[in-house]
Design a protein around this ligand. Structure first.
Ligand SMILES: Cc1cc2nc3c(=O)[nH]c(=O)nc-3n(C[C@H](O)[C@H](O)[C@H](O)COP(=O)(O)OP(=O)(O)OC[C@H]3O[C@@H](n4cnc5c(N)ncnc54)[C@H](O)[C@@H]3O)c2cc1C
Length: 369
């Protein structure tokens, strides 16, 4: 039977960044991906925002990986000409109730040790976002946007150059623990199965990461590893040139999402969304019937918008550990020796800010493996 040192399951941004990083150490690495190419799921269905870490609990992995990941990501983009823009971001309050919410965000950010967030004066609000209606606004100069496809393409090419082997259109269907390492069985495009041995497994399976842990025999109920799907849909403004919006514009976050925001993209467009609701199936269609609701949300802070400008765009699904109505859950990034699975590393619940945090997460995985 063929043998490799490390198998990485999943070629989203997390699998790609782990592959590129681990390959620095010159081990034999195979990435198994069930789609025909990399980055076809959550990693290409998001806001493409480089987050500054404003919403997470002090000391959490979400916070530390976001802050470190953002630094690494800006360096990577600059050095390798990956398209990005440090746009800055406004978190705006349209009324009194929202003012209280953004003050909560401000206090949390102070506790997290982030010193760059500040309140804008009225004059600054109208010069930073002239078309936006806000009573009060916070400004995060460190937030930005990135072309996520170029980011993934760069990591994919880096991993290839360092000798990583990618097997696309191949699904991991069984994992058996052996006295040393694991036997991994995959299903190939023609339906044939093929088994090989791996010393280490890194589970970067995104929306299926709980199932992958379970394939190996890890009890996902007892460990609270069950993933809950939480969908986010986007619309696009049909005539972005009508507005002078160069920065990210966010309402205050809710418990499960960052709120329907306006995101400029690298192509000069303006995206609106995502919304947020729990669902059972992975279905990326956008419900055009939601247009009115999106319009009402956006109109609160973009008074000139008309409903006719909204065009259905894309949708993504958050792989949440937090069930509906539950409180904050952190990323799970864990080597499972204590459960009898040495060399098996789980990355579960890697929702936002996973795109920002990916390079920092890969550093952690290199330390663990
Ligand atoms: C609506 C939305 C907005 C977001 N906005 C942002 C943002 O602006 N900024 C930010 O930092 N983060 C954002 N995120 C979060 C970010 O997109 C994710 O954290 C990140 O993409 C997760 O990457 P991943 O590699 O873990 O998952 P994925 O990209 O889903 O990759 C997992 C891969 O595993 C493969 N796979 C699964 N099971 C198997 C199997 N059995 N065999 C083989 N392959 C398998 C899948 O095919 C998939 O390609 C957002 C997420 C959503 C949903």
């Amino acid at each position: 039977m063929e043998k490799v040192d490390t198998v990485i399951i999943g070629a989203g941004i997390i699998g790609l960044s782990c592959a590129a990083k681990l390959a620095e150490e010159n081990t034999s690495i195979v990435v198994i991906e069930e789609n025909a190419s990399f980055g076809q799921e959550t990693s290409s269905r998001n806001s493409e925002v480089i987050h500054a870490g404003l919403y997470y609990r002090p000391g959490s992995l979400k916070l530390t990986c976001c802050v470190r990941g953002k630094e690494l990501l800006y360096q990577l983009c600059k050095k390798n000409r990956i398209p990005y823009r440090k746009t800055g971001k406004l978190i705006i309050a349209a009324d009194r109730a929202e003012e209280a919410k953004i003050e909560d965000i401000f206090q949390n950010v102070i506790q997290c040790g982030i010193t760059t967030l500040r309140y804008l004066s009225r004059k600054e609000i109208s010069s930073y976002a002239p078309d936006v209606n806000a009573r009060t606004a916070l400004f995060s100069p460190e937030s930005g946007i990135i072309d996520s496809h170029s980011y993934m393409q760069f990591l994919y090419q880096t991993a290839l150059d360092r000798g990583v082997v990618f097997s696309f259109s191949t699904e991991v269907v069984r994992i058996r623990k052996e006295s040393s390492g694991y036997t991994v069985t995959v299903k190939e495009p023609q339906g044939t199965e093929f088994a090989f041995q791996a010393e280490k497994i890194i589970n970067c399976g995104g929306l299926h990461s709980d199932n992958i842990a379970s394939l190996a025999g890890i009890d996902i109920e007892r460990n609270h590893y069950k993933i809950h799907y939480c969908k986010g849909q986007y619309f696009r403004l049909g005539n972005p040139q009508k507005y002078s919006i160069a920065r990210l514009i966010y309402p205050p976050a809710t418990g499960v999402s960052l709120g329907i925001h306006i995101t400029p993209d690298m192509a000069g467009g303006l995206r609106v969304g995502p919304d947020s609701y729990y669902c059972r199936e992975i279905d990326y269609t956008v419900d055009i019937g939601q247009k009115q609701r999106f319009y009402e949300e956006i109109k609160k802070f973009l008074p000139e918008v008309t409903i006719a400008e909204l065009i259905g765009d894309t949708a993504g699904i958050r792989p949440k550990l937090q069930a509906e109505h539950e409180d904050f859950r952190d990323f799970v990034i864990k080597e499972e020796s204590d459960q009898g699975f040495p060399g098996f590393i789980n990355l579960i619940g890697i929702e936002s800010p996973g795109l920002t945090a990916a390079l920092a997460i890969a550093e952690k995985i290199l330390d663990m493996s």
